[in-house]
Write a protein that binds this ligand. Structure first.
Ligand code: SF4
Length: 707
C-alpha cells in the first residue's frame, strides 16, 4: 500500500459506484502501475477486472489535446483556449439576450468530479438563470432519488457497505452485482462463505450473480412492486411489522398496506402476479420475515423502469415497516451505477434539484440565491434528460454544453438525439477523447478536458463516502479541468467574483459551506465540518462518509431512531400507483433489455483500450432463449437484426437459457465509434417513470430476425 511504496498516489477508480480506492504508481514512460488501496474502506485492496486493468488504458493516442472550433459549416479546427472560451461565452450571452435562459441547457455526467459538477450548476442555475441542467445519472439513479425523497424526505442512502458484512440475508433486486459492482459482490459472497448469509437474487434474467444465490426468483418483467407489496402483506399477516418503530417514526402504513392487499392479497396472488413459483415466494417471504439483519440492494433493474419510483418505494415500505433501517446489517441499499452519481446529486446535478440536496421551494431557492449572491437564480425545475433533448429537437433549446458523456449513444432514441444536436446554435462539448459518437455530431466548440489520472477533486460512492481523486499523471499541455473552463466562461460573462477559484479545494470548501448554510439539521447533506479545510488537509483528506455537520454527529448509518427529513421527521410509507407490467406489441413481440457486461464501461472509450478487457466479450450481441431463437432459424453466432419502432441493430446471437422467453438482452457499450454495428441506444424507447423521469431501458418492444 501507500506506506510500502512512497511513489504511489492514493486515488479512486473512475468506473462504478463502489468507489474503490487505488494506488497509482507513475512510471517513467508516462504510464502507471495500479493496485488496490488496502486501507480504503470501500474495497480494502480488492479490485475487479476493470479496475485492475486501468494501467493498460493510460496513454494519449486517443486523447483530445487541444481546443477545437468550427467556423461556419466547416470542419473543426484547432484554436487557442482563449478563442474557444470566447466563443462559448459569446454564444451563451447572445442566446440569453435573444431567447432567454430557458434556451440554454447543460448535460452533465456521473463521471465528473464533484467540484466540476458544482461549478456547472452554479453557473447555470445561479448566474445564467437556467435549471435545464441534467445528467446521465438521470439514466442511472433518478428513481432511487425520487423514492428516497418520497419516503425519507431526503435523498439518503441509510446504510454502509459494512452492513453487507453484518447481514444474515442479502436480497438483490434488479442487480447483476457480480458484473456491475464486482468488489461489493465479492464482499457479499465472503459474508455468505464466512457466516452463512443467505443471498436472494430477484431478476427476470439469470446472470452470474445467481451463481452465488441461495434462492433465485426469476420474476416477470416489471412486477417488482407486486412482489414487495406481497411481502408487506405477508409481514402484516404474520406479525412481522415492528409496531413500535412504525408508531414512533413513520406515517402511512395503513394506506400502503390496504393498497398492497388489494393488489396482491396473499402469496398465491403474489406468485400469480410475478410469474414465480408459489413455494419460492413463500420461502423468500419467510426468510425476510424471520431475518432481522436483512439488506435489500437494488440497481438498474429497479431504477430503469417506467415504474421505477414505485418499485423503490415498495422496497422501502418493507424496511420501514420492519424498522430494519440504519442498524447494523439492516437497510435498503441503492447501488449507484457511476463513480460520482452521488456527488452530482449532492451539488444539484439534476434538473429538479439545487445544490446541497435542496429543491426548488421558494425558501430553498432564496437560500441558495443569497449564499451565491446569484443575480439570476433559477426559480423552478428544469427539463429532465429525455425532455431536454426533445426540447432541443423542437428548437426550443438553442445552446447546449455537454460534459463528460456521450448522449448520442446512451440516451433513448439515440438517433433522434443525434438529429436534435444538429439543430443547436451553440453546441459545446467537453471531452477527453477525439472520437465518440457525440463528437461526430458537429459540435461548434470542443474543449479538451482533463481525464482520470489528471483530474483533481472528490467523488462520492454508493455508501455516502467522499474520496479524493488525485492526479498522478502529467496533463497534456492543451488540456484543462472542467471546473476551470466553466470558471473562465463565467469570468467572460462578468461573474468573475463568484468564480474566482484557483484550485479544486476552493470549490470544495464553498460546496461544504453551502451544505451547512442555514441547515440546522433540516437537510441530510451537511459536510460543513469540512468547510474550513486547509489546502493541505484537502490534499490528504481520508475517505469519509457524510453527514459531517460542523457540530459533529457523523455516522455510518441514519434513521435507526427516526429523524427523517420530512417536516414532521417521520418517514412515509408510499402507496404505489397501479402499474401494469410492460406489454409487448403484436408487431414487436419481444421485450428488449439493455445493460452492461463485466469488462466494459459505458461506451468503451477507456476500457476498450485494454486488450485484456476486450477479450472477454468481443462483439456486440443479443442474448435470446434458445427456444425463441430456433423457430426463427437462428443459431449461436449468427447475425440477427433487432428492430424497434426507433431503430435497428445487427447483433451476434448468443443462446442463453437464462434469458426469459420472449425477451432479449443486448449490451450498451458498442457505438458507431467502436463498431460498425451494434449500437443499441438507438433502439430504446423513451418511456419513462412519471415521477423520476428515468427512462425505461429494460423493456422496449422489439423484433428479432435473421440478418
Ligand atoms: Fe472500479 Fe467498481 Fe471495479 Fe471497484 S468494483 S475496481 S470501483 S469498477
Amino acid at each position: 500500500n501507500a506506506l510500502a511504496d512512497p511513489g504511489a498516489v492514493r486515488t479512486t477508480c473512475p468506473y462504478c459506484g463502489v468507489g474503490c480506492g487505488l494506488l497509482a504508481t507513475p512510471d517513467a514512460a508516462g504510464g502507471a502501475a495500479i493496485a488496490g488501496d488496502a486501507v480504503h474502506p470501500a474495497n480494502f485492496g480488492r479490485l475487479c477486472s476493470k479496475g485492475a486493468a486501468l494501467g493498460e488504458t493510460i496513454g494519449h493516442e486517443t486523447r483530445l489535446i487541444e481546443p477545437m472550433m468550427r467556423h461556419g459549416e466547416g470542419p473543426l479546427g484547432p484554436v487557442s483556449w482563449d478563442a474557444a472560451l470566447d466563443r462559448v461565452a459569446d454564444g451563451l450571452r447572445s442566446t440569453l439576450a435573444r431567447h432567454g435562459p430557458e434556451a440554454i441547457a447543460f448535460y452533465l455526467s456521473g463521471q465528473l468530479l464533484t467540484e466540476d459538477y458544482y461549478a456547472a450548476n452554479k453557473l447555470a442555475k445561479g448566474f445564467l438563470g437556467t435549471a435545464n441542467v441534467d445528467t446521465n445519472s438521470r439514466l442511472c439513479m433518478a428513481s432511487s432519488v425520487a423514492g428516497h425523497k418520497r419516503a425519507f424526505g431526503s435523498d439518503t442512502v441509510p446504510g454502509s457497505y459494512e452492513d453487507l458484512d453484518a447481514a444474515d440475508l442479502i436480497v438483490l433486486v434488479g442487480s447483476n452485482a457480480a458484473w456491475c459492482h464486482p468488489v461489493l459482490f465479492r464482499r457479499m459472497a465472503a459474508a455468505r462463505a464466512a457466516r452463512g448469509t443467505r443471498i436472494v437474487v430477484i431478476d427476470p434474467r439469470r446472470t452470474a450473480t445467481a451463481d452465488e444465490a441461495d434462492l433465485v426468483l426469476p420474476i416477470a418483467h416489471g412486477t417488482d412492486t407486486d412482489l414487495f407489496c406481497g411481502l408487506l402483506v405477508h409481514l402484516a399477516d404474520t406479525g412481522g411489522i415492528d409496531a413500535a418503530y412504525v408508531a414512533a417514526h413513520t406515517q402511512g402504513l395503513d394506506a400502503a398496506l390496504a393498497a398492497a392487499r388489494t393488489r396482491v392479497p396473499d402469496i398465491t396472488a403474489t406468485a400469480r402476479a410475478t410469474g414465480l413459483a408459489e413455494a419460492d415466494v413463500a420461502r423468500f417471504f419467510a426468510w425476510f420475515r424471520e431475518t432481522a439483519r436483512s439488506v435489500t440492494c437494488y440497481s438498474q433493474g429497479v431504477n430503469q423502469s417506467a415504474h421505477g419510483t414505485d418499485k423503490v418505494n415498495a422496497i422501502l415500505n418493507c424496511h420501514l415497516a420492519t424498522g430494519r433501517i440504519g442498524r447494523p446489517g439492516m437497510g435498503p441499499f441503492s447501488l449507484t451505477g457511476q463513480p460520482n452519481a452521488m456527488g452530482g446529486r449532492e451539488v444539484g446535478g439534476l434538473a429538479n434539484q439545487l445544490a446541497a440536496h435542496m429543491g426548488f421551494s421558494p425558501p430553498e431557492v432564496d437560500r441558495v440565491r443569497r449564499f451565491w449572491d446569484a443575480p439570476a437564480m433559477a426559480a423552478s425545475e428544469g427539463l429532465k434528460a429525455v425532455d431536454m433533448f426533445a426540447a432541443i429537437g423542437r428548437g426550443e433549446i438553442k445552446a447546449l454544453w455537454v460534459m463528460g458523456t456521450n448522449p448520442a449513444v446512451s440516451l433513448p432514441r439515440a438517433d433522434a438525439v443525434r438529429a436534435a444536436l444538429g439543430r443547436l446554435d451553440l453546441f459545446v462539448l467537453s471531452e477527453n477523447v477525439r472520437t465518440n459518437d457525440t463528437a461526430a455530431c458537429a459540435p461548434h466548440v470542443v474543449l479538451p478536458a482533463a481525464a482520470w489520472g489528471e483530474k483533481d477533486g472528490t467523488v462520492t460512492n454508493s455508501e455516502r463516502r467522499i474520496s479524493r481523486m488525485r492526479p498522478f499523471l502529467d496533463r497534456p499541455a492543451g488540456v484543462r479541468p472542467d471546473w476551470w473552463a466553466l470558471a473562465q466562461v463565467a469570468r467572460r460573462l462578468g461573474f468573475g467574483a463568484a468564480f474566482a477559484w484557483t484550485r479544486p479545494a476552493d470549490i470544495f470548501r464553498e460546496h461544504a459551506a453551502l451544505s451547512g448554510f442555514e441547515n440546522g439539521g433540516t437537510r441530510d447533506f451537511d459536510i460543513s465540518a469540512l468547510a474550513g479545510l486547509s489546502d493541505a488537509a484537502y490534499e490528504t483528506l481520508e475517505p469519509v462518509q457524510w453527514p459531517l455537520p460542523a457540530g459533529g454527529g457523523a455516522t455510518a448509518r441514519l434513521f435507526a431512531e427516526g429523524g427523517f427529513f420530512t417536516p414532521d421527521r417521520r418517514a412515509r410509507l408510499v402507496v404505489p400507483a397501479t402499474a401494469a407490467p410492460p406489454a409487448g406489441e403484436a408487431e414487436h413481440p419481444f421485450l428488449l433489455n439493455t445493460g452492461r457486461i463485466r469488462d466494459q464501461w459505458h461506451t468503451m472509450t477507456r476500457t476498450g483500450l485494454s486488450p485484456r478487457l476486450s477479450a472477454h466479450l468481443t462483439a456486440p450481441f443479443v442474448a435470446v432463449h434458445p427456444d425463441d431463437a430456433a423457430p426463427l432459424g437462428l443459431a449461436e453466432g449468427d447475425l440477427a437484426t433487432v428492430a424497434t419502432r426507433h431503430g435497428r441493430a445487427v447483433l451476434e446471437v448468443r443462446g442463453d437459457a437464462g434469458q426469459p422467453r420472449g425477451t432479449l438482452f443486448a449490451p450498451i457499450h458498442w457505438s458507431a465509434a467502436n463498431a460498425s454495428h451494434g449500437r443499441v441506444g438507438a433502439l430504446v424507447h423513451d418511456a419513462r417513470d412519471p415521477i423520476s423521469g428515468q427512462p425505461d431501458s429494460k423493456a422496449t418492444p422489439a423484433t428479432l430476425a435473421a440478418y
